[in-house]
Design a protein around this ligand. Structure first.
Ligand code: WT7
Length: 660
């Protein structure tokens, strides 16, 4: 890598020296001898091997896949553009299906699906193979071919996975749009991708009611000139309009489709999918991933991060609308011939024990969810998991945000019953697969830290000038290309370069996250650098203050924002949800402020605490701090289209006004 370009300065300065001390977390959890004994990876040797020769390491991982033709060159790196396994040919659906149905996995459960109303379906590898082949043929009959874009807008039903794999089979590029998104958001994504086909359903179930997906589709499509056909899956049987000539029933197409469809021989660098990520500002970016490198990254990480074994029942609670659902519901687990659980609905339907009931019912062994869900479960109380048999679990995972030590310990104790290692996995839509995470048979865990970069990955914390910080806080960067990295932003190479590679000389990937490295080389993620506050000359991450608030027994969840302040630059505002049964009042407010001072220092004392029943979150559970800043600073609200529940901010605005 070239030395960073010192002239390049970003407007936002994060100085490493003044980072507030991260909550001192000195509990260490080593792998138990029993876990280590059975783990795929038992020694740190793999890190040394990968470091010695990263390309050779990735070649070994790529060989876990079936290739129609081996690659000629492992990597061509012309920053910011990488090509991996150049000249290699493969097919993602072949890797997830065909190679499993010739042996003992043929009749193994591939997907165990639970609908929200309590209905359930199990598809074996052979079942899934047959459905994918038929749908691939049905799409071909609608003249969809290699390179065409297909939008998928479905509830979490088996057809969502079938559609992704059917696209992959014929080389069509899928773009999955989360079923909770509005007609407007759907329209923007379809148009940006110029999709020709849309696959949707007559509806889906969420918290007991039917979500009218098709109505949103009809609304969106009016302004989507590229869409020629809409395939509709019958999920609810509720009445809705079908437009003759354009709309086709999934089951009718399938009934006519031939049983086998030859998998397209895709180049390693052919597009596999586009996935839109909203980021915190601006128009959504269509992140593009290609076939060979992406499949290598997800196949490797699924097996080793989750220590996946043939007998595991793997449940990642994400929706296929997020990258987590692409990498750890569909491609990673199925490439490894795993049994995957998917659930259509919400965790509180019909009661707050639904997740634990599902674990009990199917004997889930690996459970992968998000900190926001874990904090919600904490708020609901232990009586729900305590009534269920969770003894099948052997490994837990966390993804999406920093997990505060308090939530980590709760998860470890209440769900894992002090037996299961937790893998806190850091990655992004852009990275395609997990990059910073423990290897559960090897790593000593520190609650709240994603530990260290995986073998083959080089991550560093750097200062404004791009110089490495070995102990302390700064920007998280990736200094070596990796196979599953994004290949660009769809239709916008300039934005790709500017967003990720411009800050330090063009070769270093900037994650947008702040992080701190401790003396043992562990990484502590601090959230997006946009969420780092500058209070009286000190950098304080919103996540640290949130973590200290949640550390107090009365608090269920907290969101912290910097509020413009004439004297301090920024003052700290906190939005706090208390645990059930706790009453918000002035005393609690003072107690919490003191608690933060005690945990971090007087500099981090919140100026104001607003109590709220709920926080504004995106559909994927990330707190929208931008909106809270708008509320706190009395501005009109910015873009709210990705908000899960719009009433939450309205209520907050009213409340904030009252308290001014
Ligand atoms: C951002 C990426 C990765 C799939 C789901 C989110 C944050 C993600 C962690 C973690 C701390 C995390 C980062 C990252 N993040 N995982 N384990 N610890 N922060 O994908 O929507 O692209 O978001 O999520 O800020 O940059 P995404």
């Amino acid at each position: 890598m070239c030395p960073p370009n010192k002239k390049e300065k970003s407007p936002k300065k994060v100085s490493h020296a003044s980072f507030a001390a991260l909550l001192e977390e000195n509990r260490i959890f080593k792998p138990t001898p029993a876990f280590r004994a059975q783990a795929h990876i038992k020694s740190e040797e793999i890190y040394r091997q990968a470091n010695k020769d990263p390309l050779k390491f990735w070649e070994t991982q790529a060989k876990a896949l079936a290739w129609f033709k081996t690659w000629k060159k492992t990597l061509i790196w012309k920053p910011p553009f990488a090509q991996w396994f150049v000249g290699g040919k493969l097919n993602a659906s072949y890797n997830c299906l065909d190679r499993h149905i010739v042996g003992s996995n043929r009749n193994k459960a591939a997907l165990i699906w639970e609908g929200e109303p309590g209905d359930s379906r199990t598809l074996t590898y052979f079942d899934l193979y047959r459905e994918v082949n038929q749908l691939a043929n049905a799409m071909k009959s609608l003249r969809i071919k290699k390179g065409d874009r297909v939008a998928i807008y479905l509830p979490l039903i088996p057809e969502a996975v079938i559609c992704m794999l059917a696209c992959a089979r014929i080389g069509a590029v899928h773009t999955v749009v989360f079923g909770g998104f509005s007609a407007d958001a759907l329209k923007d994504r379809i148009n940006d991708a110029s999709a020709q086909l849309l696959i949707t359903a007559d509806g889906g179930y969420r918290r007991g009611t039917v979500v009218a997906l098709k109505a949103a589709v009809d609304d969106a499509i009016k302004q989507c000139p590229t869409i020629k056909n809409v395939i509709v899956v019958k999920r609810t049987g509720k009445d809705m309009a079908m437009q003759p000539g354009r709309d086709l029933w999934y089951h009718e197409l399938m009934a006519k489709a031939a049983a086998f469809c030859e998998p397209e021989k895709m180049d390693a660098e052919d597009l596999l999918f586009i996935l839109y990520t909203s980021g915190t500002t601006g128009k959504p970016k269509g992140i593009i991933h290609t076939t060979g490198g992406y499949m290598t990254g997800v196949t490797f990480t699924t097996k080793y991060v989750f220590d996946l074994k043939p007998e595991d029942i793997f449940w990642c609670t994400a929706d296929v609308g997020w990258v987590t659902g692409h990498s750890y519901i569909t491609y990673g687990p199925l490439a490894n011939a795993a049994t995957v659980v998917i659930y259509e609905g919400t965790p509180d339907w019909p009661k707050r024990d639904r997740f634990w009931k599902i674990i009990e019912k199917y004997g889930v062994t690996i459970f992968y969810t998000a900190p926001t869900a874990i904090r919600t479960f904490m708020k609901w109380g232990t009586q729900w998991p305590d009534q269920c048999d969770l003894t099948s679990l052997r490994l837990l995972g966390s993804v999406g945000e920093p997990i505060n030590p308090e939530a980590w310990i709760w998860y470890y104790h209440t769900i894992g019953r002090d037996r299961c290692p937790i893998v806190d996995t850091w990655w992004q839509t852009e990275t395609g697969s997990i990059l910073i995470s423990p290897l559960p048979g090897v790593s000593a865990l520190k609650p709240g830290s994603a530990t260290k970069p995986l073998p083959g990955i080089e991550a560093k914390v750097v200062n404004e000038e791009g110089r490495e910080i070995t102990v302390g806080g700064g920007y998280l960067v990736l200094t070596r290309p990796w196979p599953s990295m994004l290949r660009g932003i769809y239709g916008d190479p300039e934005r790709f370069q500017k967003t990720y590679f411009a800050k330090w000389g063009g070769q270093i990937y900037f994650t947008g996250d702040g992080a701190k490295k401790d003396k043992d080389g562990y990484f502590w993620l601090l959230g997006r650098v946009d969420d780092i506050m500058l209070v009286a000359g000190h950098n304080i991450s919103t996540m640290e203050v949130e973590s200290s608030l949640v550390d107090h027994p009365a608090v269920a969840e907290a969101a912290v924002v910097g509020i413009a302040d004439e004297i301090k630059g920024q003052a700290i505002g906190a939005f706090v949800t208390l645990k059930e049964g706790q009453k918000p009042d002035k005393t609690v407010e003072e107690v919490l402020k003191d608690h933060v001072v005690h945990k971090i220092g007087p500099i981090a004392r919140p100026q104001k605490i607003i109590f709220t029943h709920d926080l504004p979150k995106t559909r994927s559970g990330k707190i929208m701090r931008r909106l809270l800043r708008d509320v706190a600073e009395g501005r009109a609200l910015g873009d709210v289209t990705t908000l899960a529940d719009a009433s939450v901010v309205e209520a907050l605005k009213e409340k904030y006004g009252e308290e001014e």
